[in-house]
Design a protein around this ligand. Structure first.
Ligand code: CP
Ligand code: NVA
Length: 330
């Protein structure tokens, strides 16, 4: 029987089988081809979705909005200042109201339990647009980009350099385990993924032929690597006071020319974005003034180099999110 995920929420890739994930990646590829050839596909005309953002966003919001409109749907955007949710109305009540007006709900915010509760109380598909724990729609774009480069991903090694217990690293570990890839977290011991998630991913990897590795040694992390991945060192919701400590801990894991040279010559560089690769942001400039660094998690030469695929990856957010909304709402 074919894959059918109609009516399901998309909260973490842990809930999805490798077949379902590959189905979404194939579907995203079809949507990308249709977009490129200018083929209209307003297959969900008449449906309505709401996007709830308690943290800021460029890619995720725009990807959901464009994808929803391409599918013919109406879209409402609500940020934390413009709804009653949480302050004047409980999450459960909000979810029940939204579930009566909308066919699907996107949520970006803090605790994973919020997105789970939204799904439980709304009765409609809920899509996780990033929580403190996971960023599953990002994973589909990342894996789509890697597949465009390498084809079958089984056995490919992806190394995440940096804060390996953040939402993106957690999700990469899950995604790699699900797709039979070799995941390596390369960073300081105190920023490694939580043991309970590692345990779940090890069990998945045992089924798929994937593997997990954790190392503080950058040569080991970069060696034999197909996909070099990094993310900012301080995630949304973490206090600015942590910058100094994070810089001290993570500067040895910066992705730079030397590190890329240790990976396979065919390796690609991915980054979920946004990135501090230069002084072109207010935060980047203030870090330069305080610490004398003109780049953080990745240097400008790598970011602008031939192996970099982060903008292709950003575009793929839209095609993959379209696949998730279509497959769960059709
Ligand atoms: N990668 C990503 O989620 O980007 P935004 O924060 O801009 O949505
Ligand atoms: N780890 C980052 C990802 C941004 C897309 C954050 O949570 O801020």
């Amino acid at each position: 029987m074919g894959v059918n995920i109609r009516g399901r929420s998309f909260l973490t890739l842990l809930d999805y089988t490798p077949e379902e994930i590959n189905y979404l990646l194939d579907l995203a590829g079809e949507f990308k081809r249709m977009k490129q050839s200018g083929t209209q596909h307003r297959w969900l005309t008449g449906k309505q979705v709401v996007l709830l953002f308690e943290k800021t966003s460029t890619r995720t919001r725009c990807a959901f909005e464009v994808a929803a409109r391409d599918l013919g749907m109406g879209v409402t955007f609500l940020d934390s200042g413009s709804s009653q949710m949480g302050r004047k109305e409980s999450l459960a009540d909000t979810a029940k109201v939204l579930g009566r007006m909308y066919d699907g709900i996107e949520y970006r915010g803090f605790q994973q339990s919020v997105v789970e509760d939204l799904a439980r109380f709304s009765g409609v598909p809920v899509w996780n647009g990033l929580t403190d724990d996971f960023h599953p729609t990002q994973m589909l774009a990342d894996m789509m980009t890697a597949r465009e480069e390498f084809g079958d991903l089984r056995g490919r090694k992806l190394t995440f350099f940096g804060d390996a217990r953040n939402n993106v690293a957690n999700s990469l570990m899950v995604a790699c385990a699900k797709l039979g890839m070799r995941f390596c977290a390369c960073g300081p011991k105190e920023l490694m993924p939580a043991e309970n998630l590692v345990k779940k991913c090890r069990a998945v990897a045992a089924e798929t032929g994937g593997a997990l590795e954790f190392t503080e040694d950058t040569a080991r992390g970069a060696g034999d690597c197909d996909i070099v991945y990094t993310d900012i060192w301080l995630s949304m919701g973490e206090p600015d006071e942590l910058w100094e400590k994070r810089i001290r801990l993570l500067l040895p894991y910066q992705v730079n020319k030397e590190r890329m040279a240790m990976a396979k010559p065919t390796a690609i560089f991915l980054h979920c974005l946004p990135s501090f690769h230069d002084r072109g942001t207010t935060i980047g400039e203030s870090i330069y003034e305080k610490f004398g660094l003109d780049a953080m998690e990745v240097t400008d030469d790598v970011f602008l180099g031939k192996q970099a695929r982060q903008f292709q990856e950003a575009e793929n957010r839209m095609h993959t999110i379209k696949a998730v909304m279509y497959a769960t709402l059709k």
